[in-house]
Design a protein around this ligand. Sequence first.
Ligand code: KE4
Length: 430
Amino acid sequence: MKTQTKSQAAFVQAKRAIPGGVNSPVRAYGSVDGDPPFIERGEGAYIYDIDGNEYIDYVLSWGPMILGHAHPAVVEAVKVAADKGTSFGAPTEAETELAQLVKLKMPHIEKLRLVNSGTEAVMTAARIVRGYTGREIIVKFDGCYHGHSDGFLVAAGSGLATGGLPASAGVPGSITENTLSLPYNNIDMVEDFFRRKGDQIAGVIVEPIAANMGVVLPHDGFLEGLREITRKHSALLVFDEVITGFRVARGGASQYLDVIPDLVCLGKIIGGGLPIGAVGGRKDVMEKLAPLGEVYQAGTLSGNPISVAAGIATLRELEEEGFYDTIRRNTERLAESLLEVFTSADMEVQINTAPGLLTVFFSQTVVTDFLSAKDCNDSAFRKFFQGMLTRGIYLPPSPYEAWFFSIQHNDTMIKRTMEAVTEAIDELKL
Ligand code: KE4
């Protein structure tokens, strides 16, 4: 009888107190085999589980840890802030400083409101666009994830039917009927929908580079088309940059792809690993928010000193000369090596990548939307995932997520990752 690992024992305990033993479903390893390692600590690009195993971390808390774990500047900033008190529920100068740092890199953000998660940021953006336009319909895209607020838990493709159909129990159809989901990268369907319902559409929300169906890049002209169509119909364009913001470029995807939305949702990196979200954009739109305007939104811990201190420390480190060149170069290097190794093993994979993001799709077809992303070999993914985990490479436990890079992921780690890939592929071929 194999002895139980400390993580397995911890998972048993966790399941007695927490639904599924986790505080976010993807962590339960439902899409892969085995139980999740329980993490003891992180340092740079590494995490260590409670059994003492070391992993190169390509999850990085799902994106926030672009500096790597326990970065000294971030830890110090959190300690200094905590020594002065953790929350006041009153304005602090640090909140203004963080907003200014964000605006500096994303000048299309004229005003910014801090919240506590990406979900809250997107929920608030939806309310703002509806409040600003007086319209009710919001268009999203199949395979894009915008947090778990009711209005965005919409079944893929439901937009083509009548209204959006709920994708979760507990969400009334009356809430989702005004959220319509269309296929990503299909600008003709967007055009057609606006032709029919344009005067009822408050806005379009999109991951400018999708990373929640795996990484999927926008076709040339897709985002530009959304920009043109929304402008033509006086609807608002919202970029959900919770993942891509400060990751794919200092100015996010809007800088990287040169398309400017009316509103942007941020999270993850701007909190340096502490709870945070933000919605920002055009001054005339953002000033719809209370206390100036009639769109209500609030939060006890919004802009709290600890998250803000971690965010400021993180954004300051991102100023470093060559930071994004390194992120881009390392992502490309690993993507090229992966394609080479899988191809030489006669295994058909698609590698979709953007700076700091990468997904290996076990598929023969190019992945350009949710349908093609789902048309992958799940069992190959599961075997590969397990083979990598047992060799100390910690990948996202779902085929619909991205590998995340930090500035700490260097050539040595890429080399070690590729060694594990080669061995894991050999196992796959058995
Ligand atoms: P949070 O509420 O989880 O902070 O952010 C929601 C969100 C909004 N928009 C985008 C583009 C996102 O990717 C997310 C959350 N990302 C997932 C990972 N793909 C969080 C991981 C999880 O749910 O545990």
